[in-house]
Design a protein around this ligand. Structure first.
Ligand code: HEC
Length: 118
């Protein structure tokens, strides 16, 4: 009787192990994280700026824009010292264009709150 229980136990263990292994040899693919939670300059901010800002804030800046926004350092500096977030929230920037979306504005705030990930 004891041996039978041991046998059943072993059998169940083997069953669990073999099922857990997946049967075939395809590896468990980690989730590629299609919606990144970390907003970085490279993955989010630079795309918004180059689509909506660098027509004036290029290198060199044109149309009377006082600064260029073409690099990580210059965009970060504009958030810190030139009131960039306030200007996009109030629609002052992009000048003569439609406001950024609420999501895009939030992305700038998240980027700032997280310490400007590059
Ligand atoms: C059509 C041209 C144009 C576009 C597009 C534009 N800007 Fe500007 N920006 C200006 C001008 C011109 C100024 C100078 C202030 C003024 O004339 O209103 C300025 C000023 C600024 C300033 C203040 C700089 C300072 O030193 O005081 C910031 C920050 C800024 N823009 C951010 C942005 C951002 C962010 C975008 C894109 C979302 C953007 N701008 C799009 C023309 C533009």
């Amino acid at each position: 009787m004891k041996n039978l229980l041991m046998f059943i136990g072993l059998f169940l263990t083997l069953l669990v192990v073999s099922c857990g292994g997946g049967g075939d040899d395809s590896p468990i693919i980690p989730d590629p994280d299609p919606t990144p939670t970390t907003i970085t300059y490279a993955n989010t901010i630079s795309g918004i700026v180059s689509a909506r800002c660098t027509s004036c804030h290029g290198s060199p800046p044109t149309n009377g824009a006082p600064n260029s926004l073409t690099t990580y350092a210059s965009v970060k500096e504009a958030v810190q010292n030139r009131g960039l977030i306030n200007k996009i929230e109030t629609g002052v920037m992009p000048k003569n264009g439609s406001m950024l979306s609420a999501t895009q504005i939030q992305n700038f705030k998240t980027w700032q709150n997280n310490g400007f990930p590059e």
